[in-house]
Design a protein around this ligand. Structure first.
Ligand code: SAH
Length: 352
């Protein structure tokens, strides 16, 4: 498959064998493909002009035939609390997307967006308020990581697809992105260091489980019964928790990878002792880990965080039920940390 934009081939979304094919069709030697691939995906070249071992003639042919994806940095916000950086990038059609860079003891992690906007409609999330604009190409997903690597001058070791968008709603591009990201001729990031987070599209979870990947699947659960989940997440009207659990079990069976359940605690909504008991019963049946996230309030909705002692009580209850649980350390609280906030603010400020 070739991803075409304006009839030009999106060169950064091609796998190495595909690039070999295209270049040999152009009358070039096959070894050029590997050179160019490494320039793009390993050395993170900003354009053909940096590819010092290519002839001027070939560079010109490439300009003609391909689109070379690159992102413009619109804004960088750095947290004074923990060094987390939030990037706002401009795409070539004028849309903007956001990504986050987080520094941990075990390495640097980047959280990327998979779509411009989102159509999943989760009630507490800022990314979905204006719906879906379009899917991101594999190259646009990669470029978020490449641009941040160049800007920070530091290697990225972990990637989480947890920014704006529903990755499994952009399945083919996501898969191609994962292939390129973990390719030995590119950044060569270990599949085990990549996490894809989904609101729970059951058929796509099942499909993903059969791709032979070693990535971590994170499921945004946020409620432990269907009734409550439907109030928070429209996707719950389509798939029941029972169906979701079966899909997760299938994912574990095929991949051997422990599932992460994300559970955003919303004050008075999903944070009671009974919720914790119900969640324990679900989680107890699977090889999983529960990540509790104090909800990040957005101004468009009146959801509030659970009180700190409620969060602890919730966690203790899960622990007593022998569930593996952590509370997500909040990073970048001072810099519009919640999903989609930075992009939204930018759009509102620049609207004519
Ligand atoms: N669409 C994917 C990935 C993007 S959201 C998904 O649903 O998983 C990444 C995570 O942040 C999800 O668990 C999402 O539910 C959660 N999230 C979104 N907005 C939030 C907010 N305001 N506070 C806390 N968590 C939020």
């Amino acid at each position: 498959m070739l991803t075409e934009t304006d009839q030009k081939i999106d060169i950064k979304s091609l796998t190495l064998p595909e690039l070999q094919q295209v270049l040999t069709d152009m009358g070039e030697k096959a070894f050029r493909a590997k050179q160019m691939y490494q320039w793009m995906h390993e050395k993170l070249a900003g354009g053909y002009e940096e590819m010092s071992n290519l002839s001027v003639a070939l560079k010109e042919k490439c300009q003609e035939k391909f689109w070379y994806c690159s992102l413009g940095i619109v804004q960088v916000q750095e947290s004074k609390l923990d060094g987390t950086r939030k990037y706002l990038f401009a795409l070539r059609d004028g849309n903007v997307v956001e990504s986050v860079w987080m520094k941990y003891k075990h390495g640097n992690s980047v959280c990327i967006s998979s779509q411009v906007g989102c159509r999943m409609g989760c009630r507490f999330c800022a990314s979905t308020l204006d719906g879906l604009e379009r899917n991101l190409t594999p190259s646009e997903m990669l470029e978020q990581i490449y641009a941040i690597t160049k800007h920070t001058g530091e290697r990225v070791s972990n990637v989480v697809v947890m920014g704006t968008g529903e990755p499994l709603d952009n399945y083919d591009n996501l898969l191609r992105f994962l292939k390129l990201l973990t390719d030995e001729n590119g950044l060569n990031i270990s599949q085990r260091n990549v996490t894809v987070s989904t609101c729970g599209i059951v058929p796509e979870i099942k499909r993903l489980s059969r791709e032979g990947l070693q990535i971590t699947l994170a499921l945004s659960l946020h409620a432990s019964n269907d009734e409550k989940r439907r109030k928070l997440m429209p996707i719950a009207n389509k798939y029941s928790i029972q169906e979701l659990m079966e899909a997760c079990e299938e994912y574990f069976r095929h991949t051997g990878r422990r599932i992460t359940f994300e559970y955003s605690l919303v004050g008075g909504v999903n944070d009671t002792d009974e919720d914790a008991e119900e969640l324990s019963r679900l989680a107890g049946k699977l090889c999983c880990h529960v990540n509790l996230i104090p909800v990040n309030p957005i101004k468009e909705r009146d959801y509030v965080q659970s009180e700190a002692k409620r969060v602890l009580a919730f966690k203790n209850k899960l622990e007593r039920n022998k569930i593996n649980v952590t509370i997500r350390r909040e990073m970048g609280r001072d810099i519009d940390g919640a999903c989609g906030q930075l992009r939204r603010k930018h759009i509102q400020e620049t609207k004519p």
